[in-house]
Design a binder for this molecule. Sequence first.
Ligand code: 3E9
Ligand code: MG
Ligand code: MG
Ligand code: MG
Ligand code: MG
Length: 365
Amino acid sequence: NEPGLIVPPIYTPIPPAIHPRYQAVEAHTAAWAEAFQVGSDELRTRLLRHSIGTFAARILPAGQEPVVALLSDFVLWLFAVDDGFCEEGALGRRPGDLAGVLHRLLRVAQNPEAPMLLDDSLADGLRDLTRRVSRHGTAGQAAAWCNALREYFFSVVWEASHRREGTVPSLADYTLMRLYDGATTVVYPLLEMGHGYELPMHERDQPYVRAATEMASFVITWDNDLFSHHKESRGDGYYLNAIRVLQEERGLTPDQALATAIEQRDRVMCLFMRLQESLADQASPQLRTYFQGLGSFIRGSQDWGVSSHRYTTPEDPASLPTSFRQTPVVDDGEPLEIPAVSWWWNLLPDPQRRVPSARMPMPAL
Ligand code: 3E9
Ligand code: MG
Ligand code: MG
Ligand code: MG
Ligand code: MG
């Protein structure tokens, strides 16, 4: 095996945090995965070595413990789908059949009482997750969770068509796909449930709020692409990753593509912080808690991403950073020239893209 990329320390302005009950959450998820027999025995054994409970404890460092446990079980379940079906299974190359399987699972999430997939351990696990989502969330949050699951499923079907053809999407398409296929959107309703609040309707659907949420998805999934490149590129199968997309689209070497991906995520990280700061004055207490939750999700994904055996792969070690940078590689306020997301930069008036300002005139929320 030739040496892989050396990923340098990346920029994060968010402090680390972890729920004090992370070990209990780890133990809970191990028992849950066994009880529901999630995934094949081989896959489940592998997933239980990835410190997924610790990941959930970092995403919700001050969350209610039952919701941290729910998030942990759900992330393990998602990996069973993403690894087991999409990336390693035959369905991952059969988008039409994959769409059918995922629609049936989605029905189970919407109607756990429906007599469907009664012999299927992933469906059993999902029924349990759905009941717990309904217990800890409002009806609106449970519906949002289901809809987010649909978005995720829809995007992995798109991904499967590239896997079948062996094609690499353009950067424009990959960016759009990646807002959903990293399953970040299915976590957002749980950020609210973990703290027992609901974003007010008049704020939830503001473009600013959706943009901030999408920026979090971008940073989390680009960071995942940096940290998981070793794992993904070493396999003999097809893989899809921002570094690969940049290599193909721009004819870059892996090192150049890595540097470009880091610049892109730094630009979005800076914009995310600036947007959040500019809204703080007018935001409801719930929205402020939500922004904090997005930050914990970003930072938690970073701390977990550089340390989980899923990515460090001790048997064939990845060169991942052991620390973070205090400053971005680039912070010039220039938008990414990616059509699906360049509008994020229009939310801040031009001169203020560069200089954070307390008196930024934002339209009333
Ligand atoms: C992530 O992309 C796939 C999801 C199913 C991971 C489940 C995790 C979350 C819902 C939280 C978001 C965290 C991330 C993106 C790790 P990909 O590249 O297939 O993940 P991999 O671990 O294989 O690199
Ligand atoms: Mg089994
Ligand atoms: Mg995936
Ligand atoms: Mg994967
Ligand atoms: Mg990855």
